[in-house]
Each structure stands twice: as C-alpha cells, then as structure tokens.
Design a binder for this molecule. Sequence first.
Ligand SMILES: Cc1ncc(COP(=O)(O)O)c(C=O)c1O
Length: 425
Amino acid sequence: MMSRPFNRMPADRVGENNPSIWVELGALASENNAVNLGQGFPDGPAPKFVTDQLKKISKHPELTSAHQYTSGHGHPKLVNELSKWYSYLYQQQVNPKTNSLVTVGAYHALYYSFHAWINKGEEVIIIEPAFDCYGPQIKLAGGVPVSIVMNFPDGGTDASQFTVDFEKMESSITEKTKMIVINNPHNPTGKLFNRMELLKIADIAQKYDLIVVADEVYEFHCWGVNKMIRFASLPGMWNRTISIGSAGKVFSITGWKLGWAIGPDHLLAPLKAIHQKCTYACSTPTQLAVAMAFEKEWETFYFKPHKSYLGGYLPEELENKKKKLQKMLVKAGFSPILPQAGYFMLANYSNNNAGFKSSEETDELDDYSFTKWLCTEKKLAVIPFTAFFSKNEDKLKNTSFVRFCFFKKDKTLIDAKKIMKNLSK
Ligand SMILES: Cc1ncc(COP(=O)(O)O)c(C=O)c1O
C-alpha cells in the first residue's frame, strides 16, 4: 500500500514556531566560538557547598526519599525550607503543606500561573521591556498580554531612571483585566523597584481586584544599598500574589531547572491541579540537594548575612563584576545603564565607533544587525534590547541598546575586554 503523505497541522494554540532569541543567538554564538555575554547564566564553577549536597545524595542509592517519586507539590524537606525562608523574608507565615509548589524552573511556575488563572480573552498587564516568555505564555493560555512600556530619559545612565507611568497602567485596565506581572529585580534593565513604586502597583491590584504574579528570581542579586522588597510582604498583598522563585538563580545552578511558586492556598490550588495532571512531581535528588543547600545556608544568612553565600559572597561578586563590565564598556565607547540589581547591564552601542554600519537594505532591526555583526565579526555574543518588547513601534524606539550578562568568570570577562579594546580596529 502506498503510504499516505502526512498532512496535519499542529494545534492553533501553538502559534508561530520561530526559534526564540535564545535559540537563534545561542546557536550563532557557539558556531562562532564567541565569548558569550549573551544568555544569563554564570559560566564559572557552581558553588561547591551546593554541588556537595548532590554528591552526598548520590552516595546513598538505598534512600527511597532521595531517588524515587516524591510528594507532588514538592519534596517535604524542600517545602519545609521554602516555608522557613519565605516566612522570614515575607514576614508572613508560609505553610509548607499548602503555600508552595515546586516546578521545573521559574518558567514552569509562570506557565502554570497563567494557565491556572487566565481564561480566553482575559487580559494580563506586563511591564515592558519584559522577560520574553510572559507574552507567549499568556497567549498560550488564551489570554491577551497588555504591555505598559516604561519611560527612560534620553541619555539616562541608571536603571532607576526606568519608570512606570501608573496613570497609563490604570487607564489600560478593562473589565477583562485579571492579572499584573511584575519582575523585580528586573530583566533586562537591572532596575530594582522601590517601595513607592511597588505600593502603587499594590494599590492598583487592590482597587481592580487583580492577581499579581511577582517574578522575583533575582531576589538575592542586590548589592550595596539596594534592598529587595518582596511584593508579597507589602500590606494586603500576600492574599493576591503568586511569587515566583528559581533555585537556578538563587544558587547559581541554572541547569538544575528547579523553581517554585509561593502564595496563599486559594491562589496556588489551581496551579497544583494542573501540575498533578501534567508533571506530577519534579526531580527528587535535585529538590533534596537544593533543600540541603538552603538548610546549610540558613544559620549564616540569618545571623551573619555578610558571611553567607546569598547575603555576602553573591552580591559582592556581582557588584565586582558589574564594575568590571562597566569599565570596559565605557573604555570601548559604549554608554552603559548601571543596574541596581540582577546580572544584566544594558548599554547604548551607537556611539562606540566599532565599525558597525547599519544597512538600509535589510528591514532587520539595528540592534539585531549589530548583535549578529558583533558575534560573527568580533566574536562577542550579546542580546538585542528589542527582543524584550512586543510591539514594533516600541522596538523601533529602542534599537540602540544591547544587553550584557556580567555574571561570568574572570577569564570570560578578560576575553571580552580584549575584544572590546580592539573593537574599532
Ligand atoms: C526574569 C526571569 N524569570 C524567569 C526566568 C526563568 O528561570 P528558570 O531558569 O528557573 O526557569 C528567567 C531566566 O533567565 C528570568 O530572567
């Protein structure tokens, strides 16, 4: 029998299937063997006190609680640690049995949040520039992302100068609006929202009965005087906030892909209902190792934070690396926007005389052309800023910036410095 040609289309909800910026530029970076300041992950050794926990677990193959399916919403030891840490950080009792859900990275927790709460046609406010999975995930759930673009002054030099127009935010709310997504500390700008800004968002959420998804994956990545205010700790906000965290970011082990959603029972129960049908439980040894790392870190973090990994080593390391990148960017003629937190820095490349010429013959955005040119010709990988905007008109206003990740080992930063030194040659 002649085989019949396959002629079926994927489900409409899948939408377009173009490779994401991470796939496309990741491939270009490895093809060109480029120094990679693009994607956001540390390329140095993972913290030994964290990997040691996995080593301890692997020495005990007989332990069922370490190697077999664990409790669906999270390994008992991990949910206990999350409860202890977040009860302290939010100043709010976080119940280990009901107030957390462990997921495959923060991505997965975000995906569940939209799928569990957003019906077809319901609107979700996103503050742009924004981490690029929010919009597509909301659309997959049938929702409509509504973007509020932050203002930034021409010639601005500090991430705190990115500001939200709260009147505009309020006027974009309709009877279909159900949720606001905030990302603090913010990727890609490095902005750390201050109390006044967060209270404004809290007021709006209260006034219009909105759910807040607080993506706080960089919550421990604040240095110096910059203090993280967790949204769920604001008056009245625990009850309407799903907070999203990531072990990958907390312990600088992004490849472990473990995250969580924390919130009141009424907000998390629908996420758990989906999780039970779709994933059931996440990897047990990884959860246990993360729980043990949290346990090991706790006392020092609580009593002598500056001596701990999360309260001392990590922020100091980041501040140090931020300064190094800032210096080399300025020397190379870029104009950086100084981040307050996180591990990214934006920089305007348009005055650096690196030899890049934008072409009139292509309709590609300039920052994309610059990024590709920098990667293929100069062997340095970065991310174009316009990838973080959804509307063409907003992309067109923001083509002069690229995003650098500075959480890289010294060797990578030195290699990047050499490239930057020679850029105009
Ligand atoms: C703002 C933000 N949210 C979520 C994630 C995803 O985190 P995870 O790797 O835990 O899925 C990232 C990763 O870069 C991020 O920058």
